[in-house]
Design a protein around this ligand. Structure first.
Ligand code: AGP
Length: 582
């Protein structure tokens, strides 16, 4: 999704903004730009491409002034082009604006503005905001009021940063899309996300939906529904280094390897208050999108098996379509970013029906965390790669502790970090398998019980970064249809730890082999490994912790499959780290 940066202070704005934009690259984008103001002129440079390409072409550092805004655009309205790249300017050429989100009613506003003589130069929804603010300024409003009055007309969701020539301030607005204010000494920042600003500050205020903020060199003022309000400052204990590659070729592989620390850290997270809420609830719903949904499915099974409690798991965007929410319902909202709009809207819907919300997030102070009745932070540290790896396992670790705590139990950790290390060492073997499969474009992932959601997560990783077709099925479902697709050479990734499901998995593996399928078995059972074309030997772990180990070979497979195809694992096409549109 689009990334926003704003700066006002004593440094040269353009290079500062450029650094922050680079730290936002992981959000996914197709064009970039910066606007600054100095010596009575507004300077704007923007173009299609990655920041490095735009910089190479236009020298983005070479813009004067110590106030400015920057943007990485993920195209929604209008193709990626120079004209549609942000910052966009009004008719006077004195006001520049960057935007994240979608203005749903932009066409009617555009028509109204066109009749008033405004000339549009892009196909974006954003440009109406620039002209509407211009119109409000003509009426004599100051910049913050002009912005406030403009956003009040918008339907949809947005985060804006606005720069006007001659003003010693930036104006920000948010509703539905994330925007944080960063505090420095004689300088202030704004950005879509905390990691963008870690090089400069660790003190943040998170804007609320409906807020307008004014930042000057000296600080920030927040306005909500026309009134001055206070927004709490939060210190974030992440460092800029944590969001650097530190010698690894990609963030993806760095973050996969960091699981040796992040999983044990997440298993230590306190879940007492969360467990009380689950015990007291009349109904339990767990919601999330993508990877977070897969983590939710694991919780559902563990809660049933360990605490004997029923829990409905929902893809957040489908929650409104059929969930029965009554007072006494607890909604566990799982989102590593805490900013996913689908999850936020599902939570809003549940709260309107008097449900309680327990948020499981990675980002302290994120929208989801702020709006929840209780929070559990998964403690994974910043995750830069678009694909979730260490945040998935941290979510699963916390949810495992939570499900067990409801039953008064704890996971049997043993020497778990050692086992994680052992699994990470399988990277070399998996790299070779990925090489053998480099021309294969259809994969099946199968597993039973806790391994079914892990298969889904493994297939998702492969789709996201290697761009190959991968389907996941509970292994028992194969014979109900998809078996017709198993033919010569099709790889089947079978997750089969020892235990009650092992004999059935063995049967499923044989079924696939009989039809020409090639098996990559991830297992600690010799019987299973012997059946496989590629046997990935796993250490034994207690049942409830197997998902945390078994996902790692699948993350590695996706990573190496991606490299075999000469793709960039950190920035998969069409995807964004935090998805702030519906
Ligand atoms: C995971 O690799 C994906 N990038 C995606 O499915 C992600 O998990 C989903 O968009 C939800 O994000 P969230 O956890 O930040 O809410």
């Amino acid at each position: 999704m689009c990334g926003i940066v704003g700066y006002i202070g004593y440094r040269k704005a353009a290079p500062t903004i450029l650094n922050c934009l680079k730290a936002l690259e992981y959000r996914g984008y197709d064009s970039a730009g910066i606007a600054t103001a100095s010596n009575g002129s507004l300077h704007v440079k923007r173009d299609v491409g990655k920041i490095a390409e735009v910089h190479e072409k236009h020298n983005l550092r070479d813009l004067g002034g110590s106030i400015g805004i920057g943007h990485t655009r993920w195209a929604t309205h209008g193709v990626p082009s120079m004209a549609n790249a942000h910052p966009l300017v009004d008719c006077t050429g004195k006001l520049a604006i960057v935007h994240n989100g979608v203005i749903e009613n932009y066409s009617e506003i555009k028509e109204w503005l066109s009749k008033k003589g405004h000339k549009f130069k892009s196909d974006t929804d954003t440009e109406v905001a620039a002209h509407l603010i211009e119109e409000n300024l003509k009426r004599g409003l100051n910049l913050e009021k002009a912005v406030g009055s403009a956003v009040a007309r918008f339907k949809g969701n947005y985060a804006f940063a606005v720069l006007r020539l001659g003003e010693k301030k930036l104006v920000l607005a948010r509703d539905g899309s994330p925007l944080v204010v960063g505090f420095g000494k004689n300088e202030m920042f704004a950005a879509s996300d905390v990691p963008a600003l870690l090089k400069y500050t660790r003190q943040f205020a998170f804007m609320e939906d409906g807020d307008v903020a004014v930042i000057t060199r000296k600080g920030a003022q927040f306005i909500h529904k026309g009134r001055r309000v206070k927004r709490r400052k939060t210190n974030v204990n992440w460092s800029a280094d944590m969001a650097q590659k530190e010698g690894w070729p990609h963030f993806t592989i760095k973050e996969i390897n960091e699981q040796v620390v992040s999983i044990p850290a997440a298993l230590r997270v306190g879940v007492k208050r969360g467990a009380e809420l689950v015990r007291k609830a009349k109904r339990i719903h767990i919601i999330g999108c993508g990877t977070s949904y897969h983590a939710s499915l694991i919780f559902k099974q563990l809660l049933a098996n360990h605490a004997g409690l029923e829990c409905d798991a929902w893809v957040a965007s489908e929650y409104k379509e059929g969930a029965v929410i009554k007072p006494g319902t607890l909604v566990i909202a799982v989102s590593q970013s805490g900013e996913t709009l689908d999850t936020a809207l599902a939570v809003k819907h549940a709260k309107a029906k008097r449900a309680k919300v327990l948020a499981i997030t990675n980002v302290v102070g994120s929208s989801l965390a702020r709006g929840a009745n209780a929070n559990i932070y998964i403690n994974a540290g910043p995750e830069v790669s678009v694909v979730a790896t260490k945040t998935f396992t941290a979510q699963v670790a916390v949810l495992t502790s939570l499900a067990l705590a409801v039953a008064g139990k704890k996971p049997k950790k043993g020497r778990f970090a050692k086992k994680i290390k052992q699994v990470l060492k399988l990277g070399r073997q998996i790299k070779k398998i990925a090489k053998k499969l480099r021309t294969t474009n259809d994969y099946f992932f199968i597993g039973r019980g806790l391994m079914a959601p892990v298969s889904m997560e493994g297939a998702l990783k492969l789709k996201e970064i290697a761009y190959v077709h991968a389907e996941a099925y509970p292994a028992g479902e194969l014979k109900h249809g998809p078996l017709s697709l198993i033919a010569d050479g099709i790889p089947i990734i079978a997750l089969a730890p020892t235990g009650a499901n092992e004999p059935k998995m063995l049967g499923n593996i044989k079924e696939c082999k009989a039809r020409g399928g090639r098996i990559m078995a991830v297992s600690n059972s010799l019987r299973i490994i012997r059946e496989a074309d590629w046997g990935v030997n796993m250490p034994k772990a207690c049942d409830e912790l197997t998902p945390l180990l078994y996902i790692i070979p699948l993350q590695l497979l996706a990573y190496y499959a991606c490299l075999e195809r000469k793709l960039d694992p950190d920035k998969p096409r069409n995807l964004a780290k935090s998805v702030t549109v519906e």
